[in-house]
Design a protein around this ligand. Structure first.
Ligand code: MEV
Length: 444
């Protein structure tokens, strides 16, 4: 087949069936009727609902279902939540639920939002005297803020707006490169469009004001705006989640073989390892993000933004470290997490996606601060569950149980076969081939 048959003009204008048939012919080499049928199985029955989903993205063929689960019993700041989690990985919701239940009888989770500042940048090039630029910038700062009133009016009514702005000199790293960094409060919205609109206005006003000023030479007036965009690094949009109890209240582990004191010491050491070694820290934080992302996704927020920010924050002192910390002192076990989480509970997908709306309702329609607290607690719970397994029975015992269920489902095992397999694999290693052999023998 000629390579150019894989190229196409006007793909976006094609209907769904036409798109799928074209892909079937040129990329899947399959029967187009079968392929259309397969993709169509996941179309929404309701045409209006499908239109809504299609509107979220482009060139859509179908929907990609991911499980929507619930982790109940999350006691956070004395309130009990049933937390919605959207994730494709087995064991994550089970682990969060186990942790939530464990801490329910030990006082639950405490969480507090430390700050809610968001950040945006105007990157620009200025060829001239630095001091002149800095003093001019300071003199027009208020005017710049006033100049975006047409954008910030509604946000200010809700208690938000532009907080402040600063000028940074990066000329030692990139010739003539300066940066206007602006700080925003966006209250309950994620605020990406609001921030980006303000930044573009700051960029053009800065340029216009420099051109209009007679303190600058012709060369200095030749300001070039490189780009105006929010930063997903929001170290001052920070939340802290914590669990703590007396060491003796932790209970015993591994059928009483591991005492509470031993468990606490082993757990603390595991956290410390993730604070000193980036290899372990990455996996440790990935576990935290299993919990964080699933709630971020369930509530219609941008998990890529939250992920990107979390990892930059984990690296804030120059070494990539664990986001959580643990202390065992004076007979008290304390485990906590600080994490920047820039999310919203109004606007965007949060109010458009029917299931995101339902998730928020399940959580009592929280404001953004409350949602930040819930998300951080789920991240901490996830981390606790992972470390508890890792430092006691190992991760595979739990994982393999879930894994077995998934493998059995892929063999369309009956309820009876599932029961027999669970008994058989109680003390054996689970693998696809071992399960296949077992099922085949059973079915003979
Ligand atoms: C798996 O998705 C997450 C864990 O690897 C996290 C960890 O190791 O802490 C279990």
């Amino acid at each position: 087949m000629a390579e150019n048959e894989k190229e196409i003009a006007g793909f976006s204008k094609m209907g769904k069936r036409e798109k799928i048939a074209w892909l079937a012919k040129n990329f899947l080499y399959a029967n187009p009727v079968e392929v259309v049928k397969e993709f169509a199985e996941y179309w929404h029955d309701n045409i209006e609902s499908q239109k809504l989903l299609d509107g979220f993205s482009e060139n859509t063929l179908t929907n990609f279902p991911v499980p929507f689960g619930i982790a109940p019993n999350f006691k956070i700041n004395e309130q009990v939540y049933a937390v919605p989690m959207v994730i494709e990985e087995s064991s994550v919701v089970a682990a969060a639920s186990n942790s939530a239940k464990y801490w329910l009888s030990r006082g639950g989770f405490k969480a507090e939002v430390i700050s809610t500042k968001k950040v945006g940048q105007v990157h620009f090039i200025y060829h001239g005297a630095k001091e002149k630029l800095f003093s001019f910038f300071n003199s027009i700062k208020e005017e710049l803020k006033q100049g975006v009133k047409h954008i910030t009016g509604k946000m200010e009514e809700r208690g938000g707006g532009v907080i402040d702005m600063e000028l940074f000199d990066f000329t030692e790293l990139e010739k003539d490169y300066y940066q206007l960094r602006a700080y925003f409060e966006t209250v309950d919205s994620m605020g990406a469009n609001f921030i980006n609109s303000c930044l573009e206005e700051f960029g053009s006003q800065l340029q216009e004001k420099i051109v209009a000023s007679d303190i600058f030479s012709a060369a200095e007036k030749d300001v070039e705006i490189v780009m105006c965009i929010l930063s997903n690094y929001t170290p001052d949009c920070l939340v802290r989640a914590e669990v703590s109890c007396k060491v003796e209240e932790l209970g015993k582990f591994e059928d009483g073989k591991v005492s509470a004191e031993e468990f606490a010491a082993n757990f603390q050491r595991a956290v410390n390892i993730a604070r000193i070694d980036p290899y372990r820290a990455t996996t440790h934080n990935k576990g935290i993000m299993n919990g964080v992302d699933s709630v971020v996704l369930a509530t219609g927020n941008d998990f890529r933004a939250v992920e990107a920010c979390a990892h930059t924050y984990a690296c804030r002192d120059g070494v990539y470290r664990s986001l959580s910390e643990c202390k065992v002192e004076h007979g008290v076990f304390k485990f906590w997490l600080t994490l920047p989480i820039a999310i919203g509970t109004v606007g965007g997908l949060t109010s458009l996606h029917p299931l995101a709306k339902r998730s928020l309702e399940l959580l009592g329609n929280p404001n953004a601060k409350k949602l930040m607290e819930i998300i951080a607690c789920v991240g901490l719970a996830q981390n606790f569950a992972a470390l508890r397994s890792l430092t006691t029975i190992g991760i595979q015992a739990g994982h393999m149980k879930m894994h077995l269920t998934n493998i059995l489902a892929s063999f369309q095992a009956t309820e009876e076969e599932v029961e027999k397999a669970k008994q058989y694999f109680e003390d054996k290693l689970v693998s696809v081939s071992a399960v296949r052999e077992f099922i085949e023998a059973l079915r003979k």
